[in-house]
Design a protein around this ligand. Structure first.
Ligand SMILES: *Cc1c(COP(=O)(O)O)cnc(C)c1O
Length: 354
C-alpha cells in the first residue's frame, strides 16, 4: 500500500473523533429509528429513514474518505449500479457495456433499459481499446472484469469517451478504492458492490456510487430517495465495521493471491491462469500502471468441469460458494452460471495463503 492509501485508511478509522462529545460511544451506534424529532422542518439533519440516517452518514463518510469524493450508499451493488444508470441515461441514449463483465448488469440493461428506449451495445473488454465511442451517452467499464479478469485502460477510455461527449462509469468492485482509483483517472462515476471485500464477512449486501460532480451525485441521491432502494440500518453498521479492517485484510489477500497464483502457474494441470500480478499475464503492464495492488481474484482453467470440481472438493480451506472477498477463501466454476468461460474455469477468491 502506498502512503496515500495508508493515510486514507487511518483517516477512515478516526473519522468520528472530531464529532465525539464527552461520554459518547466510541464505536458507531446502530440507529434503527425511521423517524427523527422534527419540531420544524428547516435545518434538520435527519427527517425520515428513506432520506437519510446517521448510520448511513457514517458509512458514507468512510467511503468518501476512500474515494476522495461524494458517495451515496445503496442496499446492494446492483442497487448502486441501477442508480448510476438511471441517473445518467434517458430514452434515445446509447450505453456501451462489457460483454464479459458482471452478468446481472447486462441482464438489467437488456431487460429494463432496452425496452425503455436505451440502445445497449456489448463490447468485449479486450476490444474497448479499439471501439469508437461516438454516439454513446455512457461508456461502462469493469476492470479487472468479473469473472475473466481482463483489464481495460481507464484513462485511455475516459479520454476517448469525453472527447465524444460520453460519461464513463466504472464498476470498481474487484479492486476497491484502495487498489484502483477510477475517479482520479477521470471517470464520472464509480459503482461498487461493498458486499464483497469492503463488508468482507459474507453477511451484508451493500453498494455505493461515488462521484465528484455534485449535480450528478444529487441525481443519484434523488434516485435512492424516490425509488426507495435504501440500505438497512444493520447492513450499514456491518459495512462500517468491515471497512475499518479493509486495508489490513486487502494487504494480506493480495499477498496470498500473489503466492498462490505463482504456485498454480507452475502446476502442470493448469491450462491457463489470469492474475494481473503475474509477469506472464497479458495485462501485467497495464495493471502495474493502473492499480496499486493486483487484487485477490485468480482465474484458473483446468482440463474440464470434472477436474475443476474435483480440485475444489479437495481444497479443505476453500469454500465452494459464489461471490468473493470474504474472510474465507472461496472458489467456483463460473460456467455453472452460464458465463461464457471454459467448463474448467474457476474463479478463486483468496484470503489466507494456505
Ligand atoms: C457482486 C458484483 C456486483 C453486484 O453486487 P450485489 O451486491 O450482489 O448486488 C456488481 N458488480 C460486480 C463486478 C460484482 O462482482
Amino acid at each position: 500500500m502506498d502512503n496515500e492509501n495508508l493515510l486514507r485508511a487511518a483517516n477512515l478509522l478516526h473519522h468520528r473523533n472530531a464529532g465525539l462529545e464527552k461520554g459518547d460511544p466510541v464505536a458507531l451506534p446502530l440507529t434503527s429509528s425511521t423517524t427523527f424529532h422534527l419540531p420544524e422542518v428547516q435545518g434538520a439533519p435527519y427527517i425520515y429513514g428513506r432520506n437519510g440516517t446517521p448510520t448511513w452518514s457514517a458509512v458514507e463518510a468512510q467511503l468518501s474518505i476512500l474515494e476522495s469524493a461524494e458517495t451515496v450508499a445503496f442496499p446492494s451493488g446492483m442497487g448502486a449500479i441501477s442508480a448510476a444508470l438511471f441517473a445518467t441515461l434517458k430514452s434515445g441514449d446509447r450505453i456501451i457495456l462489457p460483454s464479459d463483465g458482471y452478468y446481472v448488469t447486462r441482464i438489467l440493461a437488456r431487460d429494463f433499459l432496452a425496452p425503455m428506449g436505451v440502445a445497449v451495445t456489448e463490447v468485449a473488454t479486450r476490444d474497448y481499446a479499439s471501439t469508437d465511442f461516438s454516439g454513446a451517452a455512457v461508456v461502462y467499464l469493469e476492470t479487472p472484469s468479473n469473472p475473466g479478469l481482463d483489464l481495460v485502460d481507464i484513462a485511455d477510455c475516459v479520454a476517448r469517451a469525453h472527447a465524444v461527449g460520453a460519461r464513463v462509469i466504472v464498476d470498481n468492485t474487484t479492486m476497491t478504492p484502495l487498489l484502483q482509483r477510477p475517479l482520479d483517472l477521470g471517470a464520472d462515476l464509480v459503482v461498487a458492490a461493498d458486499t464483497k471485500a469492503p463488508a468482507g464477512h459474507s453477511d451484508a449486501l451493500f453498494g455505493h456510487v461515488a462521484g465528484r460532480d455534485a449535480k450528478l451525485m444529487g441525481r443519484v441521491r434523488d434516485w435512492r430517495r424516490l425509488s426507495g432502494a435504501v440500505p438497512g440500518a444493520m447492513e450499514a453498521w456491518l459495512v462500517h465495521r468491515g471497512l475499518e479492517t479493509l486495508e489490513v485484510r486487502l494487504a494480506r489477500m493480495c499477498d496470498s493471491a500473489g503466492i498462490i497464483a505463482t504456485r498454480l502457474e507452475q502446476h502442470p494441470a493448469v491450462q491457463a491462469i489470469r492474475y494481473p500480478g503475474l509477469a506472464s499475464d497479458p495485462a501485467h503492464g497495464l495493471a502495474k500502471r493502473q492499480m496499486s495492488g493486483f487484487g485477490f481474484l485468480i482465474g484458473v482453467t483446468l482440463k474440464d468441469a470434472v477436474t475443476a470440481e474435483r480440485f475444489l472438493e479437495r481444497c479443505p480451506m476453500m469454500v465452494r460458494a459464489t461471490s468473493f472477498g470474504s474472510t474465507h477463501s472461496s472458489g467456483e466454476r463460473r460456467a455453472r452460471w452460464g458465463d461464457a468461460m471454459p467448463e474448467g474455469f474457476l474463479r478463486l477468491s483468496i484470503h489466507s495463503s494456505w
